[in-house]
Design a protein around this ligand. Structure first.
Ligand SMILES: Nc1ncnc2c1ncn2[C@@H]1O[C@H](COP(=O)(O)OP(=O)(O)OP(=O)(O)O)[C@@H](O)[C@H]1O
Ligand SMILES: [Mg+2]
Length: 407
C-alpha cells in the first residue's frame, strides 16, 4: 500500500536532476532516507483512544502520520495527543472522536532525496515548528516515513564530520602538490645554473679577449651581450631557487644576535653603482650606538639588497633613497624610503605575491621577475619580523622591516 501527499517539498538538487547531487565524494548519502523511520499511518477516522494505545506500545514513537483516501493529511504527535487527553474532559472529548481532530493538519512534508542542509534551511526559515513536531518524508509520490529533530542533528553532524575529513584530505593533497612544485623548481633552477655559469665564464673570457684580440670587433660586443644576458638569467634563476627553497622550508634560518651596520653598508655598496648611474643619492640615517637585532644574517642581507634594488630601480634620476634605522620599544625598525614612482593603492596588497609587477613604463624598461618582494615577505615571516610596505602613487615608497632587539 502506498500513500501520497498533496504538497511535497522537493529539493532544488532534484529539480536540476543532477545525479549524485545529494551524495558526497565517497558516495555517502546525506539525504533524508538515512533518518527516515517507517511508521504505519493511521486512517483519519480512527478513534483517539486507538492512537493512545499505539503510542503506549512504543515509547520511542514521537509521531504517527494520518491518511485519508491514501493521502497523507496530517501528523499526530505524542506530545499533542497526550496533552489533549490529559486536559479536563480530554479523554471524554477525544477518545471516541476521530484522530483528525487531534492531528497537525499541515505538517512539513519533504522528499526523501532532500539533502540535509536544504532541509535545515527550510526548517529554520519556513517551518520552525517541524523541529518540535517532526515531519513527513515522501519518496516521490509515496509515503516513506517520518523524521524528527534528532535525525536532523544526527545527519548534520555526520555530514559535518565528513566535510571536515574531506577538507583535511584536500589540504594535505594541496600541500603535497605545492611541495612537489617547489622541488621541481629547485631542481630545475639547479640544473640551469651549471650550464649558465659556463656561458657567463666563457663569454667573459671572450669579451675581455683573454687569449688574444678578436679579428672582427663585433664579436667582442656580442660576447658582452651574452655575458650581460647570462648574468640576468642567473639572477632570475637564483631568485626562483631562493623562493622555492623558502617555500619548501629548505632555506635555513638561524636567528642570532646581529649587528645591522655592516649589513646595511654592504647592501649600499652593492647598489651604489646602479644608483650613481641614475644620479640617485643613497643616504644612511642611523644612530651611532645601534643595538644588535635578533635575525638571520643571510636573510637580512638578501632583504635589504632586494629593498634597495627596488628603491633605486623605481626612482627617478636625481632623487634620494634613504635607509632610516630607528629603535622603537624593544624593536628596531629599518626603513628604505624612496621618492620614486610609488605603487597604486589597489596594487599594494598584491605586490607581495610572486610575479606581480605594476605595469608601467619604468617596470617595462627595467629588468625583473617580480620575486624580490615575495622573497622579502617570506624571509621576514620565517624570522618573525614584521614587513610593511607603504606607498603613495607618484610620491614614493617606504618599505620597513621591524625586528626584535637583542637582549
Ligand atoms: N620601491 C618601489 N617603488 C615603486 N614600485 C615598487 C617598489 N618596490 C616594488 N615595486 C613594484 O612591485 C613590483 C614587485 O617588486 P619585486 O621586487 O617583487 O619585483 P621586481 O623588482 O619587478 O623584480 P625582481 O625583484 O624579481 O628583480 C615591482 O615590479 C614594482 O612594480
Ligand atoms: Mg625587485
Amino acid at each position: 500500500m502506498t500513500y501520497s501527499a498533496a504538497a511535497v517539498f522537493q529539493p532544488e538538487s532534484l529539480n536540476e536532476s543532477i545525479p549524485g547531487m545529494t551524495q558526497d565524494t565517497n558516495g555517502q548519502n546525506f539525504n533524508l532516507e538515512a533518518i527516515s523511520r517507517y511508521v504505519e499511518p493511521v486512517p483519519s477516522h480512527l478513534p483517539g483512544s486507538a492512537v493512545i494505545d499505539i503510542f503506549n506500545q512504543d515509547p520511542g514513537l514521537s509521531a504517527v502520520p494520518v491518511i485519508d483516501h491514501d493521502e497523507v493529511v496530517g501528523l499526530l504527535t505524542r506530545k499533542r495527543v497526550f496533552l489533549n487527553f490529559s486536559r479536563q474532559f480530554g479523554h471524554a472529548v477525544y477518545a471516541r472522536r476521530p484522530v483528525s481532530r487531534l492531528m497537525i493538519t499541515s505538517p512539513l512534508v519533504v522528499d526523501a532525496m532532500t539533502p540535509i542542509d536544504e532541509l535545515s534551511r527550510k526548517v529554520l526559515t519556513e517551518a520552525p515548528s517541524a523541529l518540535e513536531d517532526g515531519f513527513i518524508i515522501m519518496q516521490g509520490n509515496s509515503y516513506h516515513g517520518i523524521g524528527n529533530s534528532m535525525g536532523i542533528l544526527r545527519l548534520g553532524m555526520a555530514q559535518a564530520e565528513r566535510k571536515t575529513q574531506e577538507l583535511a584530505e584536500a589540504k594535505e593533497a594541496a600541500e603535497h602538490a605545492n611541495a612537489a612544485k617547489s622541488r621541481f623548481l629547485a631542481n630545475m633552477s639547479h640544473e640551469l645554473r651549471t650550464p649558465l655559469n659556463a656561458i657567463i665564464g666563457f663569454s667573459e673570457m671572450i669579451s675581455t679577449e683573454t687569449f688574444g684580440p678578436h679579428v672582427v670587433s663585433v664579436y667582442k660586443e656580442y660576447a658582452e651581450d651574452i655575458n650581460t644576458s647570462g648574468r640576468l638569467l642567473l639572477d632570475i634563476i637564483n631568485d626562483i631557487l631562493d623562493m622555492s627553497k623558502i617555500e619548501a622550508g629548505h632555506f635555513k634560518i638561524e636567528v642570532q644576535n646581529l649587528d645591522m651596520t655592516p649589513i646595511i653598508h654592504n647592501a649600499v655598496r652593492l647598489i651604489m653603482e646602479r644608483a650613481s648611474q641614475k644620479g640617485i643619492s643613497l643616504i644612511v640615517d642611523m644612530p651611532p650606538d645601534l643595538a644588535e637585532v635578533r635575525a638571520d644574517n643571510r636573510a637580512m642581507r638578501q632583504i635589504f639588497l632586494n629593498l634597495l634594488s627596488n628603491a633605486v630601480k623605481f626612482s627617478n634620476p636625481g632623487s634620494a633613497v634613504t635607509i632610516k634605522v630607528r629603535q622603537v620599544a624593544g624593536k628596531i625598525r629599518i626603513s628604505v624610503c624612496d621618492q620614486g614612482i610609488g605603487i597604486p593603492a589597489k596594487m599594494l596588497a598584491k605586490i607581495t605575491e610572486p610575479f606581480m609587477q605594476v605595469e608601467n613604463e619604468l617596470t617595462r624598461k627595467e629588468q625583473g621577475t617580480g620575486l624580490g618582494q615575495p622573497i622579502v615577505v617570506s624571509l621576514a615571516e620565517r624570522m618573525n619580523a614584521t614587513f610593511e610596505l607603504d606607498s603613495e602613487f607618484g610620491v614614493g615608497t617606504v618599505a620597513s622591516l621591524t625586528v626584535d632587539r637583542a637582549h
